[in-house]
Ligand binder design. Structure first.
Ligand SMILES: C[S@@+](CC[C@H](N)C(=O)[O-])C[C@H]1O[C@@H](n2cnc3c(N)ncnc32)[C@H](O)[C@@H]1O
Length: 234
């Protein structure tokens, strides 16, 4: 109070105002040392349906999200699958682990644009049935072949070059799927592997995709469940 009396109220207002201005600017610019709202983090970015066929698929995706959850990928991973399917103009996509068809439907959104097809493998007849129903409901059953059985065996039937291989089944089995299918992945083709953060696959799979000189890998969304994206070099 003595200070206010001797210097007046103005310096006190200034002293309070300056940190307030600095704080609000740093907030909006995201300067280090201050809490930033991380712009973009909360932006809802739903995929826009470009036509009736996409609307139909997106509706089924939305319904699946209402539950029950059947070990489906993070929607972000689904969108990544869709975009990459279009980006590499995929004609032949192979999925290991169909569940009720959620990730497969994202892939189908991409395949509609590329004119490609998906072969998805599933060991559980109940969920394979659900997947088939969802594909029908979404109007993409003509794009997808569901292979029922243990994929460690059934992938031996695959012969065509693969543009995208998506691995999302039994975690200890990832390396076996990679070893069996890498020769079929075309140069420039992609291998995506879900759940790189949790429940993580075996170390030997991670070792294989990170140390093979013919492959280049990044891990994404590791603060959540994580997904590995690998390109087979030319
Ligand atoms: C994580 S879920 C797949 C989720 C799906 N990709 C999605 O996002 O909608 C794993 C699926 O792999 C299946 N699975 C586990 N082991 C398998 C195997 N050896 N062969 C084929 N499918 C298998 C399980 O039955 C389960 O439905």
């Amino acid at each position: 109070m003595k200070m206010i009396k001797s210097f007046g109220v103005f310096p006190l207002v200034t002293a309070l105002a300056i940190p307030a201005i600095v704080f609000s600017l740093s907030w909006s610019w995201g300067m280090p040392g201050f809490v930033s709202p991380a712009w973009g983090k909360d932006i809802e970015n739903p995929p826009l349906a470009k036509n009736e066929a996409e609307k139909r698929i997106l509706r089924v995706l939305e319904d699946i999200r209402k539950g029950p959850w059947m070990m489906n990928v993070d929607p972000l991973h689904g969108r990544l699958l869709r975009i990459l399917t279009e980006a590499v103009n995929a004609k032949n996509v192979v999925e290991i682990g169909a569940s009720n068809g959620y990730s497969a439907l994202w892939i189908c959104l991409g395949l509609q644009a590329t004119g490609g097809r998906l072969t998805t493998h599933e060991i559980d007849p109940q969920v394979a049935k659900l997947a088939r129903e969802n594909f029908k409901q979404a109007g993409v059953d003509h794009l997808v072949t569901v292979v029922l059985g243990d994929a460690h065996q059934t992938v031996a039937r695959l012969q065509e070059p693969i543009d995208i291989l998506f691995i999302d089944a039994d975690k200890p089995g990832y390396l076996d799927y990679l070893n069996k299918l890498l020769p079929l992945v075309r140069p420039g083709g992609l291998i995506l592997a879900d759940n790189m953060a949790r429940p993580a696959p075996s170390r030997d799979f991670i070792q294989a995709i990170t140390t093979n000189p013919g492959l280049e890998t990044i891990f994404l969304n590791m603060e959540s469940t994580g997904i590995g994206l690998t390109v087979k070099k030319h």
